[in-house]
Design a protein around this ligand. Structure first.
Ligand code: GLN
Ligand code: MG
Ligand code: MG
Ligand code: MG
Length: 443
């Protein structure tokens, strides 16, 4: 439901909502919130709600720390798992400067800007449907997360009905109560790994939904005595967790990726969009796959993409074209993982694709062979490059990209590179268990 300010005030009164959480997302994809009481809501909805932005990572410098939260009334929703007398609800907010201009460090603003560019090119909608995977782990006696699961199920398995199955059921029910349309939920390939798919929507709604989804999954897991993690590769030797991202563009009320007459029934726009994605993928990887651990998922052997290729038949490449056509024609980008900031990732993917359309970038022919069994020589001959192999390489690529700088804006671009360089440095200077196992006795 799309609510107005008046609707929200009315529901809050009628439904006995006592607390409203004003939520926003920082540049690293962390959900932040400040709770206000129902009495303060009208003031907040009139955009008079100030907060100190100085202690939020990647936000502002200390001396200019006053920020304003402007709630988006259409995002109002009551938390079903909180007490039902004196209920708790939330509103997702845009972040504004004291002078009334949008704050350029706000990821939601970055996505809105990218969508505006698509609109200016004549595309009224960019629809996005994510497939979020995650692990459910047991907690220890102190309640701390472990990487242990008692679940031995695999892809699409039913039972044994364990904690994981029950938790996943609760998650789906709560999400439905909050207005999500759950399309599918299933056990994933790895033990303890699950996937819940909710219906696609326009890009902004989907980014908001991904933030809500992760919060709900973590909350309900906790209530079931489990820890849910969206870390891309928590365990070596088994599949990691991706966030396959299905995208389509709409022009004049029609799916702009569909063309009946083409052999694959894909439009010129679709081919160019693929071309733009492939061209820019190495530069946007630091956004779609933002953490050190992301690159431990993008290795051969675990259904995660490694090479820059596309196919309508094969499941292994970076971009796959699911069989559906007509209004459901879409591209599935398989590299993003759920540790990404969905606002930035979707903005980057859209802008990379639009770059292809604007500059008529024809993609290389589709690869219907299994790229993983090709030798490096064969791959190079076919011009198939690889995704970055580490966060370090990804950040290096991102630094060189005018496109990424323009999408993120100078503020986020600089903060992001600074933080990610630090993250890599911190990691590369640590002595790991692998090194000790390999070297301590050998040398
Ligand atoms: N978990 C795999 C990945 O990392 C995807 C597996 C699947 O959905 N078939 O992307
Ligand atoms: Mg799936
Ligand atoms: Mg999956
Ligand atoms: Mg998929």
């Amino acid at each position: 439901p799309k609510y107005s300010k008046e609707d929200v005030l009315k529901i809050v009164k009628e439904q006995d909502v006592k607390f409203i959480r004003l939520q926003f997302t920082d540049i690293f994809g962390m959900l932040k919130n400040v709770a206000i009481t129902a009495e303060q809501l009208e003031k907040a909805l009139d955009n008079k709600c100030m907060f100190d932005g100085s202690s939020i990572e990647g936000f502002v410098r200390i001396e200019e720390s006053d920020m304003y939260l402007r709630p988006d009334p259409s995002t109002f929703v009551i938390f079903p798992w909180r007490p039902q007398n004196g209920k708790v609800a939330r509103l997702i907010c845009d972040v504004y400067n004291p002078d009334g201009t949008p704050f350029e460090g706000d990821p939601r603003y970055v996505l809105k800007k990218a969508l505006k560019k698509a609109n200016d090119m004549g595309y009224e909608f960019f629809n996005v449907g994510p497939e979020c995977e995650f692990f459910l782990f047991l907690t220890d006696n102190e309640g701390k997360p472990t990487t242990i699961t008692h679940d031995n199920a695999g892809y699409f398995d039913l039972g044994p009905v364990d904690l994981g199955e029950n938790a996943r059921r609760d998650m789906c029910l709560v999400l439905e109560e909050m207005g999500f349309e759950i399309e599918a939920s299933h056990h994933e390939v790895a033990p303890g790994q699950h996937e819940i798919d909710f219906k696609y929507a326009d890009a902004l709604t989907t980014a908001d939904n991904i933030m809500t989804f992760k919060m709900v999954v973590k909350t309900i897991a906790h209530r079931n005595g489990l820890h849910a993690t969206f870390m891309p590769k928590p365990i070596f030797g088994i599949n990691g967790s991706g966030m396959h991202t299905n995208v389509s563009l709409f022009k004049d009320g029609k799916n702009a990726f569909f063309d009946e007459k083409d052999p694959l029934q894909l439009s010129q726009d679709a081919y160019w969009f693929i071309g733009g994605l492939l061209k820019n993928m190495r530069s946007i990887a630091a956004i779609t796959n933002p953490i050190v651990n992301s690159y431990k998922r993008l290795v051969p052997g675990y259904e995660a993409p490694v090479y820059l290729a596309w196919s309508a038949r094969n499941r292994s490449p970076l971009i796959r074209i699911p069989a559906a056509r007509g209004e459901a024609t879409r591209l599935e980008l398989r590299c993003p993982d759920p540790s990404c900031n969905p606002y930035l990732a979707i903005a980057a993917v859209l802008s990379a694709g639009l770059d292809g359309i604007k500059n008529k970038i024809q993609p290389p022919p589709s690869t219907d062979k299994n790229i993983f069994v090709m030798t490096e020589e064969q791959r190079l001959k076919e011009g198939i490059e690889a995704l970055p192999g580490s966060l370090e390489e990804a950040v290096k690529e991102m630094k060189k990209s005018e496109l990424v700088k323009e999408v993120l804006g100078e503020h986020i671009f600089n903060k992001y590179i600074e933080a990610k360089t630090q993250e890599w440095d911190d990691y590369r200077t640590k002595i790991t268990k692998w090194e000790l196992d390999e070297y301590l006795t050998r040398y």
